[in-house]
Design a protein around this ligand. Structure first.
Ligand SMILES: NC(=O)c1ccc[n+]([C@@H]2O[C@H](COP(=O)([O-])OP(=O)(O)OC[C@H]3O[C@@H](n4cnc5c(N)ncnc54)[C@H](OP(=O)(O)O)[C@@H]3O)[C@@H](O)[C@H]2O)c1
Length: 173
């Protein structure tokens, strides 16, 4: 299963100058809880932005010009990365001894989300209710008629964040 996890402003903004647009500790904790134990796949810019290996998760990066990324695996293309996940799910010799029903999380950024939105089975959205006009990276527009909501948790504000936000999970219809 391919899942996207992302925090999006009302205007679809997700980043600026290779950084996140906000610090929402509740969202960081949610991200950690949801992705824990699962492979995470990201673009090179997001890898650089995070700046470290995410523990207890298989860290997978795509880059057309790969450099060293200690603690992570680098793939030249999305099909290469997907094939590696598939191999792990099925077991290398096809005898089914791999991990079953593995959910892989696509964790950004903009370029990677654009390529994966048509492939995703599930979206874990943090809808951050503010508009960030100075952003330089955006999530692609979501056609909500193609998705059904299976979870929603609303927060009027964060402990140290002044805007409301919702954790929403959508499954493709
Ligand atoms: N709000 C959120 O939840 C969230 C989550 C994650 C990231 N972000 C933000 O998003 C921004 C980064 O996004 P971005 O769009 O600039 O970069 P990105 O998607 O993280 O990475 C883009 C890079 O990935 C590689 N790549 C992309 N498509 C590829 C393909 N088909 N095959 C092989 N390699 C491929 C290329 O690396 P090479 O140049 O090395 O070839 C490309 O330059 C940052 O501001 C970050 O903070 C936000």
């Amino acid at each position: 299963m391919i899942s996207i996890i992302v925090a999006i402003a009302d205007n679809y903004a997700i980043g600026c100058k290779n950084q996140l647009l906000w610090h929402i500790s509740e969202d960081l904790q949610y991200f950690k809880r949801v992705t824990n134990g699962h492979p995470v796949l990201m673009g090179w810019n997001t890898w650089e932005s995070i700046g470290k290996v995410l523990p207890n998760r298989r860290n997978m990066i795509v880059s057309r010009t790969p450099a060293s990324a200690p603690g992570a695996e680098v793939f030249l293309s999305i099909p290469d990365a997907l094939a590696a996940i598939e191999q792990n799910v099925n077991g290398q010799n096809g005898d089914g001894d791999g991990q079953k029903d593995q959910e892989v999380f696509i964790i950004g950024g903009g370029e990677i989300y654009r390529q994966f939105l048509p492939l995703a089975d599930r979206l874990y959205l943090t809808l951050v209710h503010t508009s960030i006009e100075e952003a330089d990276t955006f999530f692609p527009e979501i056609d909500f008629s193609q998705w059904r909501e299976i979870f929603r948790e609303s927060h009027p504000r964060g402990e140290k964040f002044d805007h409301p936000f919702d954790f929403v999970v959508l499954e493709r219809l």
